[in-house]
Ligand binder design. Structure first.
Ligand code: PGA
Length: 248
């Protein structure tokens, strides 16, 4: 019922030239994929990526978006700017933004609302730190982040939202949550969305797992009933690896 969605998060990797090479390798490998395929790329590579993937089954996304339309926000980028160069998705509230760049539940909420208002589809990241998991606070943390991100939205807005559950301790560490752990927390996040927006919205919402997802563990993760896709960092930088995850 929910179409799986596998998204690459390139982070601060790949110049335009490097992007061109990677997309050239990737396109034929994923052309027959059953899952929806997205690559979220650095701002400078969006336009080229959109050109190169036009007419293909690969959508292009950004890695952040400002909460305001325009104005005095040095270093930020607007939804209109992203749309103009061909982005259709945008990652919001990635743990690296929360940890290193002061992103809060409130800025995540404001950016998400702005993306939706402008027709960009947000991939909203939530997830607990290792210390939070070890002290039994995983559910409390993901509930606070989920309620914070989607406060004030409508059921219709939620049709265009994707959530990525990324336990922070599993990102870039090679430590994956077990498929059961990931599914358990994702099912909990779905229950939080159900409380906010009702069963229909919760059942239709796609929730990805992210954190060291790779060709070796994708099959087991995707076999879980509540896991609807992946947000892939490291393994999205190699065409063959990313294609294997896409075709889990
Ligand atoms: P990783 O990153 O796959 O390299 O762990 C995932 C992410 O940060 O989105």
């Amino acid at each position: 019922m929910r179409k799986p969605i596998i998204a690459g998060n390139w982070k601060m990797n790949n110049t335009i030239a490097e992007a061109q090479k990677l997309i050239g390798e990737l396109k034929p490998l994923v052309a027959d994929a059953a899952a929806e395929v997205v690559i979220c790329v650095p701002y400078t590579a969006i336009q080229k990526a959109a050109e190169l993937t036009a007419g293909s089954n690969i959508a292009v996304g950004a890695e952040n978006v400002a909460w305001a339309d325009k104005g005095a926000f040095t270093g930020e980028i607007s939804a209109a700017m992203l749309k103009e160069v061909g982005a259709t998705y945008v990652i919001i509230g990635h743990s690296e933004r929360r940890q290193m760049f002061g992103e809060t539940d409130e800025t995540v909420r404001a950016r998400t609302a702005q993306a939706l208002k402008n027709g960009l589809k947000p991939i909203v990241c939530v997830g607990e730190l290792l210390s939070e998991r070890e002290s039994g606070k995983t559910e409390e943390v993901v509930r606070r982040q989920t309620e914070g991100a989607f406060a004030g939205l409508t059921a219709a807005d939620m049709e265009n939202v994707v959530i990525a559950y990324e336990p922070v301790w599993a990102i870039g560490t090679g430590k994956t949550a077990t498929a059961e752990q990931a599914n358990e927390t994702i099912a909990y996040i779905r229950s939080v969305v159900k409380n906010m927006f009702g069963a229909q919205v919760a059942n239709a919402l796609r929730i990805q797992y992210g954190g060291s997802m790779n060709p070796a563990n994708a099959t087991a993760l995707m076999a879980q009933p509540d896991i609807d896709g992946g947000l892939i960092g490291g393994a999205s930088l190699k065409a063959e690896d990313f294609a294997k995850v896409v075709k889990y």
